[in-house]
Every structure is written in C-alpha cells, then in structure tokens.
Design a protein around this ligand. Sequence first.
Ligand code: THU
Length: 130
Amino acid sequence: MKNMITDEELVKIAMEMRDRAYAPYSGFAVGAALLCEDGSVYRGCNVENSSYGATICAEQTAAVSAVADGNVQFVKIAVAGTGDDYCVPCGICRQFLREFSADLVFLCANSSGEFKVFGYDDLLPNAFEL
Ligand code: THU
C-alpha cells in the first residue's frame, strides 16, 4: 500500500478543508480528508443548504469525490471540526462510509489538530448491511 502520509498530515488536510466549508446556517465548519489504499487523498467539507435536510457532511463529500473518481478502497479518514471537542462523524456518515469498508480508521480532530483514533468497533458496532 502506498500509504505514505502520516496521521498528522491527514489531519492537517482535514483542518485546511474546513476553510472550504459552506456552513452559513450552523456556523460549524467541518473538513475531511479520506485516504485510499493507493495513497490518494480525497478532500471534503460540509455543504449546507437553506433546506436544512439537503445539507451534506464533510465526510460524505470526500467519499462521494472518491467514488466518483473510481476509488472505493477507503483506508482512513480524518475529520476536523470547530471547537475544543473531537469531531466524531454523525450517524449517517458512519453508515455511509461503512458501505465501503468495515475497517476504516477514523482520526477525529478538534480545532487545534489534536485527534483521537476510532474504528467501527467503537463507532458502529453491529452495522447494518444487506
Ligand atoms: N457535520 C459534518 O460535516 N460531519 C459530521 O459528521 C457532523 C456534522 C456538519 C453538518 C452541518 O453542516 C454541521 O456540521 C452542523 O451539524
């Protein structure tokens, strides 16, 4: 695996991606950086909408970008939010990403770039799949 990027570097990309967030309604900017098996990194940010339910999370935009590029071998995702709390993915994102890997590693960062590492054992045990 060309998995040369460090966790710290992946988190840094996620933090940079917060600047691209379109979050005028919540004011909560989120950035994501999704590492794939071949070493590719796909970037995402949350994109909100005046019809709130149409909002897309940062993790989903990164994942959709990867899939659209023909890359579904997800390895690791860094998520960086706003504030002191570690930004863990919402329930929909956990399920959305689980579609492509049961072994995905989550690097959940706060605004300072400190992060905690999680897996699906923690975030979505007994996940639904068809
Ligand atoms: N958000 C994400 O981008 N990822 C998550 O996992 C949690 C929530 C976004 C959605 C919305 O734009 C804002 O954060 C507040 O919920």
